[in-house]
Write a protein that binds this ligand. Structure first.
Ligand SMILES: Nc1ncnc2c1ncn2[C@@H]1O[C@H](COP(=O)(O)OP(=O)(O)OP(=O)(O)O)[C@@H](O)[C@H]1O
Length: 301
């Protein structure tokens, strides 16, 4: 996604973290997912049966359970190629999960299925008591799923303050807006750069601004696709601190990351994807010591 791709209405000045697209995809004017045409028939499992009863899977992510997100046999095919293959994956409320795996394992595709940027070919996604499998991206944002994509999404010509305003105004009334924007900038250590155009911020500061903007929408689950790619060690540590702080505040995370040191610093549990399937799940220590993971992750298979 680039800044110019994002849908900003100059009257209401609105930005959505999951409604936007990157250069490889085309946004649909109806706000629907961009790839309905290429995904083939969607026969995703429905959450209610014909009698209108809620399925056990929906209830499993509902109030009183620890599970915030659950996928059930989730599959995504691009033509004849299966990028995500019958994946059962779940995230607990408030947990911080890292998603690793070799290039092409399906990590980004899985996140895009969760945000609604891709339609599922089959299977289902349940979030906080709701079947979101066919919900539009903006509905998923409203339900509490935020996303920071791999490509920059701040508006270079707007200041840090103006960028942050785009998010904060969605959750705060006018009377408290200024204070809330400054608080949000303080949280990401950018209050002193409030009047600096985002394009003049360092790569690391831009990354923090993007995460801060996504967090300002007050999600319960925040998805980050390679948040420290290209950052210096110092900038990486700042992002690690920020993610940890936001997680301590109660936001659950799914973080895709190749930088295993960063993963070790932040993760509770790690899921390894390989060939579109869940290959392993466990603690970072167990995953690091797993010879099979090392082999596939290092490209030996
Ligand atoms: N829109 C698409 N059309 C066709 N194939 C796609 C599309 N998006 C992804 N793929 C394919 O699906 C597979 C998984 O891609 P994905 O980007 O999810 O992998 P990844 O694990 O995120 O990889 P990386 O670490 O390199 O970013 C790859 O083989 C990729 O080429």
């Amino acid at each position: 996604m680039t800044a110019t791709d994002t849908d900003i209405d100059t009257e209401t000045t609105e930005v959505s973290t999951a409604e936007t697209t990157d250069a490889s995809e085309t946004a649909r004017p109806d706000g629907g997912t961009p790839d309905a045409a290429d995904s083939g028939t969607t026969d995703a499992t429905r959450a209610t049966d014909t009698s209108g009863r809620q399925s056990p899977a929906v209830a499993a992510t509902g109030p009183g359970t620890d599970t915030l997100l659950q996928t059930d046999g989730l599959t995504k095919r691009f033509g004849g190629f299966t990028a995500i293959d019958d994946v059962d994956f779940s995230v607990e409320t408030g947990e911080l999960r890292c998603l690793i795996g070799p290039n092409g394992a399906g990590k980004s595709t899985l996140l895009k299925l969760i945000t609604g940027r891709h339609d599922a070919t089959s299977g289902a996604i349940y979030y906080d008591g709701t079947d979101i499998t066919t919900r539009r991206p903006n509905e998923r944002v409203d339900l509490g799923i935020g996303m920071k994509f791999q490509v920059p999404s701040v508006f270079d010509e707007l200041t840090a303050y103006e960028n942050m305003r785009l998010s904060v105004q969605r959750t705060h009334a006018d009377a408290h807006l200024d204070e809330a924007i400054l608080d949000a900038l303080e949280r990401i250590d950018l209050a002193a750069r409030a009047t600096t155009p985002a394009g003049e911020l360092s790569h690391g500061q831009q990354g923090r601004l993007e995460i801060g903007m996504a967090a300002a929408l007050e999600p319960d689950l925040l998805l980050l696709d390679e948040p420290v790619a290209g950052l210096s060690v110092e900038e990486r540590n700042e992002v690690a601190d920020l993610v940890t702080e936001l997680n301590d505040d109660g936001i659950a995370f799914i973080v895709i990351e190749h930088d295993i040191d960063f993963v070790a610093e932040i993760a509770h549990e790690v899921t390894v994807l390989h060939g579109g399937e869940v290959f392993r799940e466990g603690s970072i220590e167990a995953i690091r010591d797993d010879d099979d993971v090392r082999r596939i992750y290092l490209g030996g298979e």
